[in-house]
Design a protein around this ligand. Sequence first.
Ligand code: FES
Length: 68
Amino acid sequence: MRLVFVENGPIRLEGQRIVVRIGEREEVREGRVSLCRCGGSANKPFCDGTHKRIGFQAPGGVLEVESD
Ligand code: FES
C-alpha cells in the first residue's frame, strides 16, 4: 500500500482493493482513493476538488507501507 501526498492536494491511498466503511456507508474502490486533507471537501473523507478553489497549499510526498 502507498500513500501519496499530492502537492497542494489530497492524500491518495493506493492499493489493490480498498474498502471504506463510515457509519452505515460502505464503498469498495479498486486501486485508489483520494482523501481530503484541506478540510474543505463537501464529501469527506473524500476529496471533491475544493482544495483547488480555496488555494490549499501543502508539500507533496510518498509514504510506502510494506507488509509481510
Ligand atoms: S484535498 Fe481535495 S477537497 Fe480537500
